[in-house]
Every structure is written in structure tokens, then in C-alpha cells.
Design a protein around this ligand. Structure first.
Ligand code: PLP
Length: 387
């Protein structure tokens, strides 16, 4: 049987790097001695009071269709959160509730970009962006954030990449895979390119609550940016709620109308009990987020310290999130080969960061989404593998 050309757009170049994750998870299920550091699903549990809110809602019969754009009280809680990080007042009408950052990102891309458009993607970039943009018919234009500068944005290169066909700039802040949290000056420089060329900015802020030092800055709050920024995020990482699939897109209400229409044809609203739980998390979960941030910060410090014992393995100290980048070029020019050799020799599964773009070829991404004991053991094995 024949499929639509659309299906050819759904892959993306980095797909093969994930085979190591599949393989190591199967080995883990078989009870083998492996440590999986190739995925970003937090090992922390969703807070009990959040689970209770969902169960209460279920028991009260919150099991029907819901508002396509999301419940008003949840939209208000999200608007409050974004208002705080952007430093500008954002109304609930600017918020559309969708099934996670991923769904929000995809939906936003479909509403903003199309055939003949070019979309600038800061490289390295989260893996799924490529296929989301390709699915719109637009061309992605990768702009290197060079490893030599710690993967920080090269704003001159971004500016040079703008053509009359450019419609938007896309990036995650803080970044997966690099753990870079953009500072005010960097965001301002990017915003100047966006404003002067009349571009959309789609920013993925799923790790915004996991900034370790300093505060998270939202580009939406900068002059001229509110009307051209779509901020996507979710409760996934802030409250250990990846499986609840609750996220949002925040942008001008006109975009909200289009997103609502998209939700009508491909989602038809989120479960009410999920939205009730997410709302409680956003309103009452500050302490839990603080605890999660402290845990990840401590793990980051642990991994940085332990990997300093490895030979010729420079690391980039992450400012945020749950991943650390390590440069393996002294051991193997091909980071995918390095990852497989490491896995076969030690049972530690890390990801070839080349999956995130050409800029991070030669690096691996190491997740610290497992407990301290496993992390210490994994680092010990990596250090002995590197000699
Ligand atoms: C940068 C980035 N964006 C989006 C996602 C997906 O998040 P969500 O669970 O909110 O869809 C992830 C998950 O790892 C991520 O790292």
C-alpha cells in the first residue's frame, strides 16, 4: 500500500542514534547490569497532591470532553507563570493548553510556517524540531552555536542566515542537549534580529524551572517580542509529569484561534482530570520544583566532579536541565561508535549528540535523570573506559 509523501518527512537525520536507548532499555528489562543515561525522563515521582487532584477529579466524574483551548483556571495559572518569567502581563486568552511541549511545538509550527518559508534553527537543537518544521513544507536553516564557545548563540551567524524567505527562529532555552541557559544580552541580540526582520520566534522553555544559577529569562518579555513570540512548555520536567501530557503554547490570541482549530481536528481537548492536576501543580508545586532543581543541580555537580577523573573527556558544565555534554573526540571521532563501544564494554548507555545537529558531532549527551548511586557507578565506568 502507498502512503502520503508526508510520512517521508517524519524521520529526521538523528533517528539512528536512539537505537542505543532502545537496546539498553531492553537489556535493563532483561535484568542486565546496564545504566541508561540516554533519555531525559525524570526518575522523580509526580508529587502526591498532584496525583490526588487527578484522582479527586476522576471520582467527581471529570471524564468528559473539555474546552478545546483548555480550562480557564489552568490557562490563568499558565499565564501567571509566563507573566512572571517574561516580566509582562499576559492574559489567559494568550494560552492554549495542548498535549505537552511537543504537541504545542508541532501545532505552532503548522500554524506559522509553510511551503517556501525558511526557519532558522539554532544548532544543536532538540531532535524533533527538524521533522516538525519539515512537516509544514518549510525549509529548516541550521545555524551553528559553536562548540568552541560552549554552544552559545552566534548572533552574527543568525543574522547572516536571514533571507527574504525567513519566517522564524526556533530554539530551546534552556537548551537540550547543551544545558545552556541564554542570558539577557543573548536574548536581546536574538530579539533584535527577530524584530528588525519581522520574524516569529518559537521558544521551547520546557527546562525553564531547572536553571541552576541565576534566573530564567523569557524572550517574550523583551521590547517588540510579545506579539511575535510563541512560548511552548509543559508540566513535564518541572513537576515530574512527563506521562501526563499537559503543556501549552503562549502567543497572540489570533494564533490561539488557529491552535484551537488544530486542537479541534487532532486532539479535541485534554482530559479534564489531567488539567486539574496540572493546575494544582502550577499553583501549589513551587516547593516540589525547588526540590527537583536542587536534586538536578547536585547531580550535575556530582557528574562534573566524577567525570573530571576521566582522561581526555572535556565536559560542558550545564547551566540548566538534566543533561551534560562530553567531548569524546580524543577517543573516537565518531561519537556514535564511542557510545556503542562504551555501552558494550561497561553497560553505560549515553547518546551520540550528533543526533541534535552537526555542531555537536563528536560529543555525547549524558543524562543525570537517575539516582546518585547509579550516576557515581556510571561515571566510574566511563572514567575507567577512557583510561
Ligand atoms: C527540549 C525539549 N522539548 C520538548 C520535550 C518534550 O516535552 P513534553 O513532555 O512537554 O512534550 C523535551 C523532552 O525531553 C525536550 O527535551
Amino acid at each position: 500500500m502507498k502512503f502520503a509523501p508526508f510520512v517521508d518527512l517524519l524521520g529526521g537525520e538523528g533517528a539512528q542514534a536512539w537505537e542505543i536507548l532502545t537496546e539498553s532499555r531492553l537489556a535493563l528489562d532483561r535484568g542486565e547490569d546496564v545504566i541508561v543515561l540516554s533519555i531525559g525522563d525524570p526518575d522523580l515521582e509526580t508529587p502526591g497532591f498532584v496525583v490526588d487532584a487527578a484522582v479527586d477529579a476522576l471520582r467527581k466524574g471529570d471524564t468528559h470532553y473539555t474546552e478545546l483551548e483548555g480550562r480557564h483556571s489552568l490557562r490563568a495559572s499558565i499565564a501567571n507563570k509566563i507573566s512572571r518569567s517574561a516580566g509582562v502581563e499576559i492574559e489567559p486568552e494568550w494560552v492554549t493548553v495542548l498535549a505537552g511541549t511537543q504537541n504545542a511545538f508541532y501545532s505552532a509550527c503548522r500554524c506559522l510556517f509553510g511551503h517556501g518559508d525558511e526557519v532558522i534553527v539554532l544548532d544543536p537543537a532538540y531532535v524533533t524540531y527538524e521533522a516538525c518544521i519539515a512537516s509544514t513544507g518549510a525549509q529548516q536553516v541550521r545555524v551553528e552555536q559553536p562548540a568552541a564557545t560552549g554552544f552559545r548563540p552566534d548572533v552574527d551567524a543568525i543574522e547572516r542566515a536571514v533571507t527574504p524567505a525567513t519566517r522564524g527562529i526556533v530554539f530551546s532555552n534552556p537548551s537540550n542537549p547543551t544545558g545552556v541557559a541564554l542570558n539577557g544580552d543573548e536574548l536581546e541580540a536574538i530579539s533584535r534580529v527577530a524584530v528588525s526582520n519581522d520574524l516569529w520566534v518559537v521558544v521551547d522553555e520546557v527546562y525553564s524551572d531547572l536553571v541552576f544559577d541565576g534566573v530564567h529569562h523569557s524572550i517574550a518579555g523583551l521590547p517588540g517580542m510579545l506579539e511575535r513570540t510563541v512560548t511552548v512548555s509543559s508540566v513535564s520536567k518541572s513537576y515530574a509529569m512527563t506521562g501526563w501530557r499537559c503543556g501549552w503554547a503562549v502567543g497572540p490570541p489570533e494564533l490561539g484561534n488557529h491552535l484551537r482549530q488544530m486542537a479541534l481536528i487532532n486532539l479535541y481537548g485534554l482530559p479534564g482530570f489531567v488539567m486539574e492536576a496540572a493546575d494544582v501543580a502550577l499553583r501549589e508545586g513551587a516547593e516540589e520544583t525547588e526540590t527537583a532543581r536542587a536534586i538536578y543541580r547536585a547531580r550535575r555537580d556530582l557528574v562534573v566532579k566524577e567525570l573530571s577523573r576521566a582522561s581526555d573527556l572535556p565536559v560542558l558544565v550545564p547551566e540548566a536541565g538534566m543533561f551534560l555534554m562530553a567531548d569524546v573526540r580524543a577517543h573516537n571521532a565518531d561519537a556514535n561508535d564511542f557510545a556503542w563501544d562504551l555501552y558494550r564494554a561497561t553497560g553505560v548507555s549515553v547518546l551520540d549528540a550528533g543526533a541534535f545537529g552537526a555542531t555537536s558531532r563528536g560529543w555525547v549527551r549524558i543524562s543525570y535523570g537517575v539516582d546518585d548511586l547509579q550516576l557515581e557507578e556510571a561515571c566510574r565506568r566511563i572514567a575507567s573506559f577512557t583510561g
